[in-house]
Design a binder for this molecule. Structure first.
Ligand code: SF4
Length: 458
């Protein structure tokens, strides 16, 4: 690579979907011959990929832009907050350009405009790994299957930022998944705003992969992904009837028996006020049926307490849903208004102290459920994908620098039941060499509220 390459600094904020956008932009910039550098000082220009979902994320994005301007001075902004260009330019009039979410080409062309290359770059001779640039450790990767969302949940501004659902062609998604698997990725995390809606916008149009037809729906996609022989984990799934067809694939060990379903609430009146998809489905019956088919199924979810209009009775209904549903992993947020969201117009704001009280009761209830469910795993054996070895998170997924035998109690991994970043871990004792990215067999010996502990099985 010539030393004449221009250098781009990159700041990536926000959710896994934004991370995938960052990876795409970086891959394109690298393909176009730019070097990506890790410090403001070395960079000729800085791109900030922002998040604008909630007010605190907005502020974090504005702060990051301010920092990049102060440290480097030449800044291009992209991502969700880019949809509110005025907010950015009012706070930071010196930014060079603002592009919106999902505008890969536009942001790349802005980089070309403000930082033209001096030499002709040849993408065929200059090296970009075929799987593109990844910001996650090497052994797992996010696979984004669609952009945007057809729903209009009243607390959410994603559709106004990212538009309606646009599914990627199934052949493209599978090609990307195959490239990642060939590059050594052991776990694919399928993400979108609504994974169960995949293909709706393209009328489930059949695509081609490896020379054969594949239907662009959730089932077709999951069956094909299962052929790659690596872990496939589904996020952001709604409990629609057609999700029933995916459960046998989990029972047969083809994809991980794990579903991330953001239920958000259990009271029908609150779900209606939230305008949640699948709010009228009989969720508890559906969960029961799924568990009959696949007893190992792990369900993760998120909930909001203190939504406008939430009464004591609504909240009690939520607690009793938790008791019956016995979900494995649960996150809970206190409702906070998002600028531009319809929910802000709803009557019946819940007082802050009451939100806090409900949140504490919710967390205590769920913590007991989670610990009981984790305790049941003591004595069992499970496959664990190693994330880090030697006590420190191995951001590059690279354990080559860890020589010899690993120290006891410092091997951290995840089972099928744990997604990276959001779920628990499995702490493994081993006295043989283990590297990040290995899948090892572990006997579980202990459990607490969130994590498991075990020993390596020979
Ligand atoms: S399903 Fe609802 S919460 Fe999720 S992105 Fe769509 S509108 Fe937002």
């Amino acid at each position: 690579m010539s030393t004449a390459n221009k250098k781009v600094g990159f700041v990536s904020l926000g959710c896994p979907k934004a991370l995938v956008d960052s990876e795409r932009i970086l891959t394109q910039l690298r393909t176009d011959g730019y070097d990506i550098v890790p410090s403001y000082d070395d960079a000729d220009i800085v791109v900030v990929n922002t998040c604008g979902f909630i007010d605190s994320a907005k502020q974090e994005s504005l702060d990051a832009i301010g920092e990049a301007l102060a440290e480097n001075g030449r800044v291009i902004v992209t991502g969700c907050l880019g949809a509110m260009a005025d907010t950015i330019t009012e706070a930071h009039p010196k930014v060079l350009a603002v592009t919106g979410p999902h505008a890969y080409e536009e942001v790349v062309s802005k980089v070309h405009h403000f930082l033209p290359q001096e030499k002709t770059h040849n993408p065929f001779t200059d090296l970009v790994p075929p799987q593109g640039i990844k910001l996650t450790p090497r052994h797992y990767a996010y696979l984004k299957i669609s952009e945007g969302c057809n729903h209009r949940c009243s607390f959410c501004i994603i559709p106004s930022l990212r538009g309606d659902l646009v599914s990627r062609p199934v052949g493209d998604v599978l090609d990307e998944a195959e490239r990642l698997a060939n590059a050594g990725v052991k776990e694919l995390l399928v993400i979108s705003q609504d994974t169960s809606a995949y293909g709706v916008d393209i009328k489930y149009q059949t695509g081609f992969w490896q020379g054969r037809p594949i239907k662009a729906n959730m089932q077709g996609l999951c069956e094909a992904l299962a052929e790659l022989g690596i872990w496939v984990r589904l996020h952001y799934v709604y409990p629609y009837p057609h999700v029933d067809k995916i459960i046998p694939l989990m029972a047969d060990g083809k994809i991980l028996p794990y579903l991330d379903i953001p239920f958000q609430h259990a009271s029908l009146s609150i779900l209606k006020a939230m305008k949640r998809p699948a709010a009228t489905e009989n969720t508890l019956k559906r969960i029961e049926k799924w568990r009959q088919i696949c007893p190992e199924l792990t369900i993760r979810s998120t909930f909001i307490v203190g939504f406008p209009g939430e009464t004591d009775a609504d909240f009690e209904e939520l607690l009793s849903f938790l008791q019956i549903a016995q979900l494995d992993r649960v996150g809970c947020f206190q409702y906070s208004p998002v600028a531009g969201a319809k929910a802000n117009e709803l009557p019946g704001a819940v007082a802050e102290e009451l939100k806090q009280e409900r949140w504490e009761r919710f967390m205590a209830t769920q913590q007991e459920i989670s610990s009981n469910r984790l305790r049941r795993k003591i004595g069992s054996e499970m496959d664990v994908l190693i994330d880090s070895v030697g006590g420190e998170a191995d951001e590059e997924g690279d354990s080559d620098d860890l020589n010899g035998l690993v120290e006891l109690n410092k091997i951290v991994g995840r089972s099928f039941a744990d997604a990276p970043e959001i779920d628990g871990s499995v702490f493994v004792e081993a006295n043989s060499h283990v590297s990040a990215g290995d899948i090892v067999r572990v006997k579980i010996t202990q459990a607490d509220e969130y994590d498991l502990y075990g020993v390596l099985v020979d």
